[in-house]
Design a protein around this ligand. Structure first.
Ligand code: AHR
Length: 497
């Protein structure tokens, strides 16, 4: 079928904040140990980080990395993870019922960020700890010297402060599963007080308050309103988390419509924080940090085991369909670029991750989801534009009026527009006409990069990198000619130059 995508340079959403292309490194399962860190691997650097993983991370291109959790942070004592490695204690990680060796900690992680050219997003423990410890960690990272914590960093070998800008005030504090879970009132007060103390310590930082941990939380919306009653003036962002579970959708066509749920969730979070803005008579609009998002087969049973070190936890194998939904997450985030200013694909390696590894000198491979992320992170820059899309609309089992095309677009620079399109139809190819209005006239070419295949349930695996994007050479964009065909069940990037 045919479709039309109109882009007008005057219909700007916002400058793309590069920090929407973040990811997440949690001390969980094999994300750190056997993931980014594998001292026995032949490519390991002096800190023990796997070189081939670091190379894949650079190719993936996350701009910011959230650390060290996740649920893990709510029981974490950061002091365990600094100083001479031989003296670091092993501890029980109560979040994931594992043993934490502490061989990777704050200094190693912050050096890793430099290696992979990503900014850090640190989280403080507001579960089992509080204001004083948060301030001490900030002092360790950002104060040049002369105080106990900053001198400790210097004694541990890092003379200059790291200058970490973004800090999360705990993690998912609305969740009963969280260590130190709190009511919105209690968390709102603690977040506000911690924020005041941290900003006195370093006024240049940006703070993220915990919003809702998933759309179905019974406290959703009231949580944001109450937390922000206390914290609005003191924080810069509110977090939101969402995982799409393929097993919860009745069929494939319905799962591919998950983007509608993502859009709806973003709209509702914006409404909740805007309510708090109105109620509190605040001028500033609150930014959202969508700092955990992904596809996660979360309803499948998992065995936490009996205090193992770095067990295989939630190492989901991603299908082609999952990659399309990851494309939809990215499109939704781009379209909400005026409000969602940071976002993190959770997680980076092994644990619900685009990059997978086997232990020791074992293989590394890229999951299907790697590609839409890497390409959107690289080319989805500049100014996000509001596309106007005319295409078929269908009903799926639980979604009405689903546009078959899910589209986001940017004006990357004066010479290039980039359009990201998911064709959600499982059966029908779409031939889009592109109408580029307001752009300088002239002949243009459209280069198409597509991830697709005959089987939406196909995956990559060790020794099987079968699903990779294919690049179709530039087709001429003539007046009203379609620019080729978007296969059913495909993710595409159209670069118009
Ligand atoms: O990313 C896995 C877990 O999902 C995180 O630890 C937690 O914050 C979320 O519930």
């Amino acid at each position: 079928t045919a479709a039309r995508i109109v882009l007008d340079d005057d219909y700007e959403i916002a400058e793309v904040d590069p920090r929407i292309y973040g990811s997440f490194v949690e001390h969980m399962g094999r994300c750190v140990y056997d993931g980014i860190y594998a001292p026995d691997h032949p490519s390991a650097d002096e800190d023990g980080f796997r070189g081939d993983v670091a190379e894949a991370v650079r190719e993936l291109g996350p701009t910011i990395l959230r650390y060290p959790g996740g649920n893990f942070v709510s029981g974490y004592e950061w002091e365990d993870g600094v100083g001479p490695r031989a003296q670091r204690p092993e501890r029980l990680d109560l979040a994931w019922r594992s043993v934490e060796s502490n061989q990777v900690g704050t200094d190693e992680f912050l050096r890793y960020c430099r290696t992979v050219q990503a900014e850090p997003m640190m989280a403080v423990n507001l579960g089992t700890r509080g204001i004083a410890d948060a301030v001490r960690l900030l002092e360790y990272c950002n104060i040049p010297g002369g105080t106990p914590a900053s001198e400790m960093r210097r004694a541990n070998g890092t003379a200059d402060p790291y200058g970490v800008t973004v800090w999360c005030l705990g993690n998912e504090m609305d969740g009963p599963w969280q260590l130190g879970h709190k009511t919105a009132e209690d968390y709102g007060k603690l977040a506000a007080q911690t924020a005041v103390a941290m900003k006195r310590t370093d006024p240049s930082i940006e703070l993220v308050a915990c919003g809702t941990s998933k759309p179905i939380m019974p406290t959703f919306a009231r949580w944001e309103a109450t937390v922000l009653e206390y914290a609005y003036p003191h924080v810069d962002h509110v977090s939101m988390h969402m995982y799409a579970d393929p097993d919860k959708y009745p069929d494939m066509a319905d799962f591919l419509a998950a983007g509608l749920d993502i859009d709806e969730y973003i709209r509702s979070v914006i409404s909740s924080v805007d309510y708090a803005r109105a109620a509190g008579r605040h001028n500033r609009h609150m930014s959202l940090s969508f700092d955990e998002w992904n596809v996660w087969y979360n309803s499948r049973p998992r065995d936490l085991g009996h205090w193992p070190h770095a067990p295989r936890l939630i190492e989901d194998e991603y299908t082609l369909a999952d990659a399309l939904v990851v494309g939809s997450f990215l499109n939704s985030i781009l379209r909400a670029g005026d409000r969602v200013r940071m976002a993190c694909l959770a997680q980076l390696v092994n644990v619900i991750a685009p990059i997978r590894t086997e232990p020791g000198a074992g293989e590394l491979w890229r999951q299907t989801t790697f590609y839409p992320f890497a390409l959107t992170a690289r080319h989805g820059r500049g100014t996000a534009l509001q596309p106007s899309v005319t295409c078929d609309r269908v009903s799926t089992s639980e979604h009405d009026d689903v546009p078959v095309l899910d589209v986001a677009a940017v004006r990357k620079d004066a010479d290039e527009h980039v359009i990201f399109v998911v064709n959600r139809s499982t059966t029908t190819a779409v031939r889009p006409h592109i109408d580029l209005r307001g752009a300088a006239p002239g002949r243009r070419t459209v280069e198409r990069t597509t991830l697709t295949g005959p089987d939406l349930t196909a995956t990559n695996g060790p020794g099987n990198q079968g699903l990779t994007p294919a690049v179709a050479p530039g087709a001429l964009l003539e007046d009203d000619e379609p620019v080729g065909e978007l296969a059913p069940g495909s993710w595409s990037m159209l670069r118009v130059r």
